[in-house]
Design a protein around this ligand. Structure first.
Ligand code: AHM
Ligand code: MG
Length: 330
């Protein structure tokens, strides 16, 4: 069970206070509530929703707003976090209540990633990232949240797919837990996940091909060429939910790319809420995550909502893609 696993891991660190464990358990609890709503999303129409009001006269929230509220509530009452930043909130939230006085962590999250898939019954996910605050005391400041990804003390995601899974790391490998809905518990199903060095899947929104840099176009052409020795052509798999595309590639191997393009010169995905946590998981599983030029976890963030291009997944495949992007690099 997830709770037992978290507590067991904590007892392996003699000076651990249990605060990080509590945060992880709070996030997993919010995830169960989000799971419940995601699973009945299709019923909303049957239950007679009109003008955003359900049969009980309550306002029906969009699922991503619902997920955001659940996580904010869980973290605000946890007492273990002094600041929160969410992809859904313009500014960060200072948690300054009785129970949070000694809190030394900050949490950042994308409450429900893959929003275009919410209404069409395709996998979506929650992504989270935890840091130790850098300011000594008082209310949390922006600088506590603007830390480079290498400083994360834990990160993970919950995928709401054919089953719901929580995958996370506290810097000692990656473990995956599947929710057993009959008992309402996450059970350890994927211990010590390692991502294969090479695989035969690439994931990119290929509809944007003409907007891409020449080096990346050449890499995509390479993926499509026939070559028995390397198993090409590779298969292209793209769900349009970062969590779901990443999760598949984490388990089976592959590369996911959301690049810079003439349409999105900075890429699309957010550094703090999406790229850093999944880069942390990728590295902890033996994979790699870069912008095409530099390691994602080394980027010093300047703003909460900044974007970055990302190449993430099997280490050998990310290196190979980089070689096409930077042909003169050693
Ligand atoms: P969102 O935060 O609005 O859901 O956008 C992020 C999503 C990612 O999950 C996914 O990888 C990407 O957008 C897909 O974008 P595109 O439709 O441009 O391929
Ligand atoms: Mg998102």
């Amino acid at each position: 069970m997830l709770d037992e696993f978290i507590i067991k891991r904590q007892s392996e660190f003699p000076f651990a206070s249990g605060d990080l464990s509590k945060l992880l358990r709070d996030i997993s609890l919010a995830a169960k509530i989000i799971h419940r709503e995601v699973n009945k999303a299709g019923l909303v129409d049957i239950l007679g929703v009109t003008d955003n009001t359900n049969v009980h006269g309550e306002t029906v929230k969009k699922l991503d707003e619902f997920a955001n509220t659940q996580l904010l509530n869980a973290l605000q009452v946890s007492g273990k976090c002094c600041g929160i930043a969410s992809e859904e909130e313009e500014d960060f939230v200072v948690v300054d209540n009785e129970v949070s006085k000694e809190a030394k962590y900050v949490v950042l999250f994308d409450p429900l990633d893959g929003s275009s898939n919410i209404d069409v019954n395709v996998s979506i996910g929650t992504i989270f990232s935890i840091y130790r605050r850098v300011s000594e005391s008082g209310p949390c400041r922006l600088s506590d949240l603007l830390q480079k990804g290498a400083k994360q003390v834990a990160a993970g995601y919950i995928i709401y797919g054919s089953s719901t899974m929580m995958v996370y790391s506290t810097g000692h490998g990656v473990n995956g837990f599947t929710l057993d809905p009959s008992i309402g518990e996450f059970c350890l199903s994927h211990p010590n996940i390692r991502i294969p060095e090479f695989a035969k899947t690439y994931s990119i929104n290929q509809g944007q091909f003409l907007l891409l840099a020449d080096g990346l176009k050449q890499y995509i052409n390479y993926c499509q060429e026939t070559d028995a020795a390397t198993g090409r052509p590779y298969s292209m798999r793209y769900i349009g939910s970062f969590v779901a595309d990443f999760h598949r590639n984490l388990i089976n191997g592959g590369i996911f790319i959301y690049p810079a393009s003439t349409k999105n010169p900075e890429g699309k995905l957010r550094l703090l809420y999406e790229c850093n946590p999944l880069a942390y998981i990728a590295e902890q599983a033996g994979g790699k995550a870069t912008t095409g030029q530099e390691r994602i976890l080394d980027i010093e963030p300047l703003t909460l909502h900044q974007r970055t291009p990302i190449y993430i997944g099997s280490a050998g495949m990310v290196q190979q893609a980089e070689a096409f992007l930077n042909p003169t690099a050693e």
